[in-house]
Ligand binder design. Structure first.
Ligand SMILES: Cc1cc2nc3c(=O)[nH]c(=O)nc-3n(C[C@H](O)[C@H](O)[C@H](O)COP(=O)(O)OP(=O)(O)OC[C@H]3O[C@@H](n4cnc5c(N)ncnc54)[C@H](O)[C@@H]3O)c2cc1C
Length: 389
């Protein structure tokens, strides 16, 4: 293999598609290693679990190469019945985005490049790498780490303790979460203050028998995007590239707006608070106790009882990749900023022939690195560096 992409999410799949279009590469030169049954499995799971209906990003952000590909797909017999966009910025429905992604994957044969396994360790062998998986070694000339956040849902410490005690608590992004389970009789408390929390609460509240309470630390914040779109292009990035890595970290943390939600989700949420048994309690959780199967949450504004808790608390913000990436850093002497994230050049090379995208590339790609458009921007940097070789 010439390229092994580790991670088959939005980033890994888009970059596989991009590499498969390069004239000097054949499909057999590329592999996408991911432990799930299918490519995009983590994306599909997370977006289903939270009841997402429309993407937050515009229709031009997707996994195909031509920028207008979703629009074209929406006019085909296959896409026509799913053609559904909402303003502003023509955001596609989730079913349309999914069907388009499946079409792109099928058309280019990207699923045939999927190797279902997990990278455990990696070592150099002459001009190649040997990546160890549970099923044996894979040999490759180059590696692209496309490891996102989906393997690390955030469990606050009180929630972890409740889980150990056997309480009915789950995280909306866990594979074990089933929306219908969470809507069983008795109050369900959703914890979190962003788009995922609001969508999850909304989708649970569609069950007419469900009592759903959303608890967030503060009032819900409206914002169309989770970062200012100027971060996609040179307008904001020019200055970013002049900053040192510590300042870039501060800039990214300031620019990203986790815990915000677009207007239409906020409106639907407020409407459901009037018309269904959905309630909103802005309050910090001080203590959580499990007694006789019921969870009692002591908040700064009083006691709330829950028969179930669904966490919509996003991801742990630590560098993704766990022990696999920790070992790579040690074995290959890869440089990291004090925040733990990779220091990579404009060619996205972390070490010789070790490339990154997604959160691992954020000190280079900037505040949009984790999003779909971050994959497209990473692809542009990667192609520029390959063309210069
Ligand atoms: C609910 C939700 C909605 C979102 N909506 C939008 C949106 O509308 N627009 C937008 O731009 N962004 C959106 N995002 C943000 C972002 O685009 C997505 O999270 C996207 O799925 C990130 O893709 P990824 O490929 O970086 O990571 P992931 O989806 O996490 O994929 C990485 C893959 O790598 C695998 N992996 C990890 N370690 C290894 C290993 N050692 N070996 C092999 N494989 C490994 C993982 O199992 C996983 O399958 C959304 C995120 C969420 C959670």
């Amino acid at each position: 293999m010439k390229w092994l992409i580790i991670g088959g999410g939005i980033h890994g799949t888009y970059l596989a598609n991009l590499l498969m279009h390069q004239p000097d590469l054949t499909p057999e030169d590329i592999g996408v290693l991911d432990p799930h049954d299918t490519l995009l499995a983590a994306w599909n799971r997370m977006t289903t679990n939270c009841g997402m209906r429309f993407l937050r990003s515009p229709a031009t952000h997707h996994i195909d190469l031509p920028i207008l590909s979703i629009y074209r797909f929406a006019k085909t017999p296959e896409g026509q019945s799913l053609a559904d966009f909402i303003p502003p910025y023509n955001r596609p429905s989730l079913p349309l985005f999914r069907a388009h992604s499946a079409r792109v994957i099928a058309r280019k044969g990207i699923a045939q490049r999927h190797i279902q396994d997990r990278a455990l360790t990696m070592r150099r062998d002459g001009r190649r790498f040997i990546v160890e998986t549970t099923r044996g070694p894979l040999r490759t000339r180059r590696v692209l780490l496309a490891i996102g956040m989906s393997d690390q849902p955030c469990w606050p410490s009180w929630a972890n303790r409740l889980r150990r005690e056997g309480a009915p608590i789950t995280h909306v992004f866990e594979p074990t979460f089933h929306p219908q389970d969470a809507a069983a009789n008795g109050p369900t408390v959703v914890v979190g203050g962003g788009i995922t929390a609001a969508q999850t609460a909304l989708s649970l509240a569609t069950n007419p028998r469900a009592d759903v309470v959303l608890i967030a630390r503060r009032a819900l914040q409206e914002s169309q995007f989770d970062f200012n779109p100027c971060w996609i292009g040179p307008k904001c990035l020019r200055r970013f590239y002049q900053e040192d890595y510590d300042t870039r970290r501060t800039t990214i943390d300031k620019a990203r707006l986790p815990g915000s939600l677009p207007g239409e989700v906020l409106k639907a949420f407020e409407q459901a608070c009037i018309s269904t048994r959905l309630a909103f309690r802005p309050s910090a959780i001080r203590e959580a106790v499990l007694t006789n199967g019921t969870i009692r949450l002591r908040t700064e504004n009083g006691l709330i009882e829950a028969h179930r808790i669904v966490l919509a608390t996003g991801f742990r913000q630590e560098r993704p990749g766990g022990r696999f990436v920790d070992r790579l850093i040690k074995d290959f002497g890869l440089p990291c900023n004090p925040c733990g994230y990779p220091i990579v050049g404009k060619d996205l090379q972390w070490g010789e022939n070790i490339y990154v995208t997604g959160p691992l590339a954020e000190l280079q790609v900037g505040p949009c690195a984790r999003n779909i458009v971050g994959a497209r921007n990473a692809g542009r940097l990667l192609m520029a560096s390959l063309a210069a070789e």
